[in-house]
Design a protein around this ligand. Sequence first.
Ligand code: SAM
Ligand code: SF4
Length: 320
Amino acid sequence: MQDSQGRVIEYARISLTEACNFCCTYCRPHEITEAMAPVLPASFWMSVLEALWLGGVKAVRFTGGEPLLYPHLYELLEAVQKKGWFSDISMTTNGSLLSQQADKLYTAGVRRLNISLDSVEEEGFAQAVGRSGQLERVLQGIEAAKTVGFKNIKINTVVQKPMSDEEVRVLLHYGDTWNVVWRFIEYMPFQGKQSHVPTFQEWKAQLERIVGAPLELVTDRLGFGPAQYFRLPSGQRIGFIFPLSNQYCSSCNRIRFTADGYLRLCLLRDEDLELKRMVQQGVDAQAILHCIEEALQGRYASHDGEAIEKVERPMWRIGG
Ligand code: SAM
Ligand code: SF4
């Protein structure tokens, strides 16, 4: 599959549910009281995934909301595993339910995990996720994932405001101790502009000051995502995802599907195509693919970062 700009699409991100047990300040800062979209059955996603496989997609990431709350998760993963359609199956999770499920995920074919963690201190973590007493559960989840055999676990930290050198050093220390790849994600203003979000250049300069040397760009590919990876003088690898101040649209290889059955062409633009009815009518995978391919011809060359504040869907309804 290619889009209007000749970009080859080989990576799909599927949001399985809008439900979440956290209220992160940058994503869904309040308890959701409005009705959430009902989840779609595993058979719905299997039809979409077959179309994506026919279209040449190699990697699939399940996200949400919190994907571990999707009630048909293992039915879906086992069906995908049986088909053997994709070389890479991954998940982004807040980690809170991982200690009970890491083993099942691995057995069901998930091989790569991104786990969100904004602070390793109880109070900072509670502030970030809007819940107290959760840090230990997430840490146990990371430990469980390592124990069952997940390799190259990535930790996602959203950089919403400047951090002190000491705060960054603590995260780097844990990244090194746990042998995980720590990734820093630029805050995208789905919840309104913040007064000072560090830019890619500022963040890189701070990291270089902390480690006392230029960061060395790692050229080997670590997954299908947009992160740029750097090696610290200690050998530790870290990742940067700064879509606004270090745009990577020209190499964008992915499409997204929302938990209510829409194809979303760009995270940071309201370009959606309703697929739900069509898939539910039982059309074949080739017809779904055709529809996706057509929609890809309407894709813009880049996001419109300045307008994200006004996008209709908040992050938890898109799937980050
Ligand atoms: N619940 C799972 C989790 O938190 O990992 C998966 C869904 S979450 C929407 C996916 C990723 O989006 C997380 O790493 C989260 O930190 C990131 N995210 C959410 N809102 C964001 C924002 N406004 N700017 C940047 N990243 C954001
Ligand atoms: Fe939930 Fe993930 Fe959004 Fe946090 S970032 S509120 S864990 S969906």
